[in-house]
Design a protein around this ligand. Structure first.
Ligand code: MF3
Ligand code: CO
Ligand code: CO
Length: 274
């Protein structure tokens, strides 16, 4: 049995109980999510061949500062950057550095801005210059996987419905779903209950209720699903060095479906910046 609690009555920590948020929290999450989305929109004009991922990180930090928001990843569990930049076979948690992006790379930029205590968590893929057809296809499949997962979000559905929708689509497209990382409850905490798996079976998992807020953030590989963590303790890469992609949105469950807090104000969907 899964327990739910009004978020206003819950301690601000991960107790495993699922918080149900009120309207005011949804409005605050909308503001935080929109700011994160605006940051990701602005990055579309910046991210190009020759730009370093450290420059991207600096931009995210400055953007947050300018808008009264802090990057959640900065000093989070020993992580020292304002975003994650995951290139090509890097699955997630790539650490920004001084290496320039190269023509043909695909890079995921994952930003979480904290506004008034609320976390807007989102990531997108950015193709650098001209990318190969296989890479472009992976990016499209991954975006569609996320949106199919989101389409499942409504009261009475279960987390397994989200995972199944993602897995069925990605595998039908001859791609694989990473099992080692998942979406998560989010709000005043960066990572909260429940875990949102990107694979699974319909009808399984916990029931979705109005007021739940969580991320969906599938990582999809062209090759095998298995990953390993590099010696820096963060960078996750595909074991077979195949390409990996990820998109992430933060969503809230409403009475009749869901609200996506991190939609692009510029109207960007799957990397229109090719
Ligand atoms: N933003 C990531 C997520 O989607 C988490 C990054 S944690 C970090 O949950 F420490 F690696 F930055
Ligand atoms: Co994220
Ligand atoms: Co997340």
């Amino acid at each position: 049995m899964q327990n739910y609690i009004p978020a206003s009555a819950a301690p601000v920590k991960n107790t495993g109980t699922i918080k149900l948020y009120e309207k005011a929290a949804f409005e605050a999450m909308h503001r935080a999510g929109e700011l994160t989305a605006r940051c990701l929109d602005a990055l579309a004009d910046i991210v190009k061949p020759g730009v370093t991922t450290q420059e991207i990180d600096d931009f995210v930090f400055e953007f947050g500062l300018k808008h009264g928001a802090a990057p959640a990843t900065l000093n989070y569990r020993g992580y020292t950057k304002s975003c994650c930049t995951s290139i090509n076979h890097v699955v997630c948690h790539g650490i920004p550095n001084e290496k320039p992006l190269r023509d043909g790379d695909i890079v995921n930029i994952d930003v979480t801005l904290v506004l008034d205590g609320w976390h807007g968590d989102s990531s997108r893929m950015y193709p650098i210059g001209n990318v190969r057809r296989a890479a472009e296809r992976l990016v499209k499949v991954t975006y569609e996987s996320l949106m199919r997962g989101i389409a499942e979000v409504k009261p009475g559905k279960r987390t397994g419905d989200i995972g199944a929708a993602i897995q069925e689509y990605a595998e039908a497209e001859r791609c694989s779903v990473v099992r080692d990382f998942c979406g998560h409850g989010v709000g005043l905490l960066f990572h909260d209950a429940p875990n949102i798996l990107h694979f699974g079976r319909r009808g399984e998992g916990i029931e979705l209720r109005p007021g739940m807020i969580f991320t969906i953030e599938p990582m999809i590989n062209l090759g095998r699903p298995s990953v390993k963590i590099l010696n820096d303790g963060w960078t996750a890469v595909t074991r077979d060095r195949s390409l990996s992609a990820q998109f992430e949105h933060t969503v809230g469950v409403t009475e009749d479906g869901c609200e996506i807090f991190t939609l692009s104000p510029a109207g960007y969907t799957v990397s229109p910046y090719i």
